[in-house]
Design a protein around this ligand. Structure first.
Ligand code: ADP
Ligand code: TRP
Length: 325
């Protein structure tokens, strides 16, 4: 069975982009692959320096994973920092990683362009991501489109290492679902925790309503025809059948149908789509022992694989293998 592996940063509250771009694929892959899904809290340190917030977000993402349908009987669910071998591997990999490869990374360049003072962690972020993936011989990495280049960096690092030291790592393939590759936010740009344009599937009803109502539209009067491919229909498409979407588009084209009406329909569709997950999350939040048991099981399985791999890599590069080690 092929191994599918992916991580999500606990840098804030998860949103529709994370779900449709990534988590839904994890769940869809569960029966056909050996899944490894984890919360990348070492990565989140590059942008989050509030310890309490990091702890809380990390736990919240575990609850989100389980509530949305990741099944610990089928997939290995764990927290990245429970597997310190990934940082050990990252150091080794950084020695086969050309500076230029990281200097060309869009996500790093975008952050610099936004005036974020870069630390070394932010710069070497893709090497740690490569370590996360290569440590487990993952074949498939389900992600949104924004991670495509990071995956290419992982592939480059694996290929270079294999050439230099002999076949050691599986070169992974990204899994990006084209029509879900970039979920738009309330302002029409890519939905992202860092752009303040998110719709969060586990927000309170009141908050969720506020987020949906904040979707940016133009000021066309109620009676007039409107662009059927506006920010509301683009998000509605994620939830509704083709017929329902077509119905909404036609109402916009006909006129007499306001953005407010459409936002109400969208809100209902979101609540309905996530109703089971929302109820399940409330139950899980009352059962920390269960959540801890899931994480313990995930940690033990992931760690035993990681240890075997790091032992092999250390021998391969000459860090161990002498008679004294
Ligand atoms: P954010 O940009 O909100 O910080 P992350 O970088 O933590 O999100 O992304 C976690 C996963 O969700 C990644 O696989 C990423 O590609 C995916 N993802 C994030 N935002 C979107 C989006 N708007 N559309 C599709 N996928 C997304
Ligand atoms: N860089 C990814 C993101 O921001 C998160 C990530 C870290 C990841 N390690 C990974 C994704 C390994 C897939 C596989 O979304």
């Amino acid at each position: 069975m092929k191994r599918s592996l992916s991580g999500i940063q606990p840098s804030g509250v998860l949103h529709l982009g994370n779900y449709f771009g990534a988590i839904k694929q994890f769940i869809d892959n569960q029966d056909k692959t050996d899944g490894f899904y984890f919360i990348v809290n070492y990565h989140a340190l590059t942008s989050l320096s509030d310890a309490e917030a990091l702890r809380k977000n990390t736990y919240d993402v575990v609850l989100d994973f389980l509530a949305l349908g990741l099944d610990p009987e089928k997939s290995t669910i764990y927290i990245q920092s429970d597997i310190p071998e990934c940082t050990e591997l990252a150091w080794i990999l950084s020695n086969v990683t050309p500076m230029g490869l990281l200097e060309r990374a869009h996500s790093y360049k975008d952050k610099l362009a936004k005036g974020i003072a870069a630390n070394v962690g932010l710069f070497t972020y893709p090497v740690l991501m490569a370590a996360d993936i290569l440590l487990y011989d993952a074949n498939i990495v389900p992600v949104g489109k924004d991670q495509k280049q990071h995956l290419e960096i992982t592939r480059d690092i694996a290929t270079k290492f294999n050439l230099q030291y002999g076949e050691t790592f599986v070169v992974p393939e990204p899994q990006i679902i084209e029509n879900l590759a970039t979920v738009p936010g309330t302002d029409g740009q890519k939905m992202s925790k860092s752009y303040g344009n998110t719709i969060e599937m586990f927000a309170s009803k009141k908050e969720l309503k506020k987020q949906v109502m904040s979707i940016v539209t133009d000021s066309t009067p109620l009676e007039d025809p409107k662009d059927p491919d506006n920010n509301i229909t683009l998000i509605y498409k994620l939830f509704a059948s083709e017929e329902k979407v077509e119905e909404m588009r036609q109402k916009f084209t006909a006129g007499g149908y306001g953005y407010g009406h459409a936002k109400k329909e969208l809100l209902e569709a979101i609540l309905e789509y996530f109703s089971e997950a929302r109820a399940k999350r409330e139950e899980l939040a009352k059962n920390p022992e269960y959540v801890e048991a899931v994480l313990k099981k995930g940690r033990e399985k992931a760690r035993s694989i990681a240890r075997a791999k790091i032992d092999l890599v250390k021998k391969t590069v000459g860090l161990s293998g002498n008679n004294y080690r």
